[in-house]
Every structure is written in structure tokens, then in C-alpha cells.
Design a protein around this ligand. Sequence first.
Ligand SMILES: [Zn+2]
Ligand SMILES: [Zn+2]
Length: 276
Amino acid sequence: MRFWGVRGSISCPGAEYARYGGNTSCLEVTAGGRRLIFDAGTGIRPLGLELARHAPLDIDIYFTHTHLDHIAGLTFFAPLFDERNSVRMWAGHLKPPNTLKAVVKSLMKAPLYPVSLEAFRASIKFMEFKVGQSLACGDLTMRTAPLNHPNGATGYRIDHGGKSICYITDTEHRVDRRDVAIIDLCRKADVMIYDSSYTDEEYARYRGWGHSTWQEGVRVADAADVGTLVIFHHDPSHDDAFMDGVARDAARRRPGSASSGLPRVIVAHEGLIIAP
Ligand SMILES: [Zn+2]
Ligand SMILES: [Zn+2]
């Protein structure tokens, strides 16, 4: 898997974010001959430039949800403008009358955007499912679970060849108990990417905003016997120096390596490649 955007809420350019990166959520997973993209934050733009050179492409984009930081890069994803490509977009959090197609349409509408959905030349299919469903995806196994986020969100687990990764963002924890749906989904996973927008110390100020903390990520990872926790969806106020501090503190809480050989905790940065 390769991380193209690790930031939450809004992209943040600037020298003080150069090492961890300022692009919002986008994760590329390749497994079993498939290419899966999770979320279309601003990080999907550079990914699209790299992919565009390899057309014709067959791509699946899975949305955790459609808040702007997870969809803002979609209209700059180059493969969508090439008629040789096929792109399926998946979402499980929407309820009628909102459909995924309607959401993308509303993003590409004057006066917010100069061209409409018809500007996409690729063959596009909008695939709706109900969060909690398992999804067919070649010889990969894909399971989903609901996350605790305003307007809903979907957590994903992909299993292939005896390896498993989970993508859990955006979600807010409860302080008095662990989220059973997340623990069940992530049980014994090799890697769990987790919404670590805040620290426990900051969380009191942001209750109800729909996000979690890296310390809760440690608790969930330990409870679910996860190999490697990946700290993800960094808050825009957390610059590189702050994130270095998080990395130090988190390594103390989850020292050593998992059976995969990966560290037990990793702070995601743009360009990070993980192969469990
Ligand atoms: Zn987000
Ligand atoms: Zn969100």
C-alpha cells in the first residue's frame, strides 16, 4: 500500500508540513492483480498523474465517506478524463435521496466547478452498498463496518494471500468503551490504519467532531491484536515537529516489531509504502 495523502480536514501546504505531507486522505492498495484506491482527497491528484501513463486502467475507488477532505481531489484525477479507462466508485454510507452519483454531480456544478460530470471520458460506474456488507473484489476478501462519524462513514478490511489491512477513518471513539464493530473488523489484522486526528489531551476540546486519537488507536490495536497500527488523518494544526513527538510517544506505547517484520506503530507520511 502507498500513502498519497495522510492529512485530515483540509490540505495544508507549507514548509512546516513538508516531511509528513499536506495532502488529504488517499491510499493506494495493490493486491491480487487489482488496484484499489481508498478515498479521493487531494492526494489522489499526484497518484492520477502517475497512473495516467499506464492506460488503459481498471480502477476501483472506495470512499469511507464523502466529506470534502475525502473527495476534493476527484475532479483532478487524470484517469477519469481518458476514455480508455474504467473506474468504479464505491460508497456504503449514503442514504436516499443522496446517491454517490448525486454527490459527485453536486461537486461538479456551477458555480462551484466549471464543468459537469459529463466531462469525465472514462467509463464510470457508481456502486452503492450498505455498510456492513462484504464486497466481491476478485480473489480479495473485502469486509466493511460502520464508523462513528457525522453523516456516516465506512471502515474497510482487505484480506489477500494470508495478509490483511484495515482502513479505519473517520471515526470518533467513546471514552468509556471500545468500538466493538471496529475491533471485530480489525481482529488480528497485519495493519490497521486509524483516524488519529488528535491526542487524548486535545480530545476534550473536539468531542462530537467525529474523530479519534492516536492513543485510542493504540488501545484498539491492542484489543484487536493488530500487528501494526498506522497513525493517520493528521490534524492540520499538527506540523512536522508535533508529529515527530507523536511518533516518539507512540513508539514507547507500542515498541518492537510485529510478526510481519513491520514496526508495531508507524506514523503515516506522504509517499510511505508498506508491504506486510
Ligand atoms: Zn476526514
Ligand atoms: Zn469526515
